[in-house]
Design a protein around this ligand. Sequence first.
Ligand code: CP
Length: 346
Amino acid sequence: MATTVWTRRHVLGLADFTPAEFDTVLQTAASFQEVLSTRTKKVPALQGHVVANLFFEPSTRTRSSFELAARRLSADTLNFAAGTSSLTKGETILDTAKTYLAMGADMMVIRHREAGVPHAIAAEMNQLGVRVSILNAGDGQHEHPSQGLLDLFTITSLIDFEYPRLGLLAGKKVAIVGDILHSRVARSNIWSLTSSKAEVHLAGPPTLLPKLFADIVDPEISTPEDSSIQNPKSKIQNRKLFLHWDLEPALKDADFVMTLRLQRERMASHLLPSLREYHQHYGITRDRLKLCNPNVKILHPGPVNRGVEISSELMDDPQFSLISQQVTSGVAVRMALLYLMGSGKN
Ligand code: CP
């Protein structure tokens, strides 16, 4: 198990994660991956702890894997579904969180379609002076830190299964393709992958990858007019982020390609001519992979629109696709997060 002291009470995003914190999560997750390969698959680490899953927006992977992770750590779990809760009778989100606090929740895992809701709940808990931890399970277009961490774990443990760590990605090229604008997964991955000294190349149509997206690393950057915005200055030294409106330069020699779902539920207006045209220009296909490193691997956070952002056959091809592995990694990584935040509270 990693030895670094963990001092973070809440995990709300990856923007302020330090390299040591990334490595602590990766190495703790590797230990839990080992636990998950044993017959019992369970440890008593969080016995007596209560983890409340408060999902105000639909989820399959995140919700189920946080629940399984908590159970594998022997915690008790409480599951909340907005549609059948007292929210429908006018109870507020903060009062809902306080209700779970009164039941003894030690950790709350929160997903909401509005950015900032987990932060507001964390601020309220801090104000109350209670030792509850808040984990952001996806807030609007802002961040999805546990997804960013499980993607990092999937990639680094592919390179070194025993000892996954940030340093393994130095010099690697990662392309993130598609609906960057609406993607909290892209934002969390940009923070983690650029911390690793990987080259991160974003590609998508201008409507889904505005030039101002470079603000994520430097709000003062002025971007040129051409469609390939090279090596923007970064307020955090040595982060390597590139933006492209054409797919080809992003894919060229890429070691990993992360394709993203078109988040039509978050699109306020028609940002694309048609799904067919989108697939023609930005869909990841076997043919397009010829541009990449011959050992390229494909990631997708799910859920997938088959035949839109990725061809259906490629999604299921074990030679290229890490999509199932990402889901598997999610349990170990979420065990690591719950363990790090929960241990020390006994
Ligand atoms: N990747 C992800 O967040 O999936 P779910 O919406 O199914 O949780």
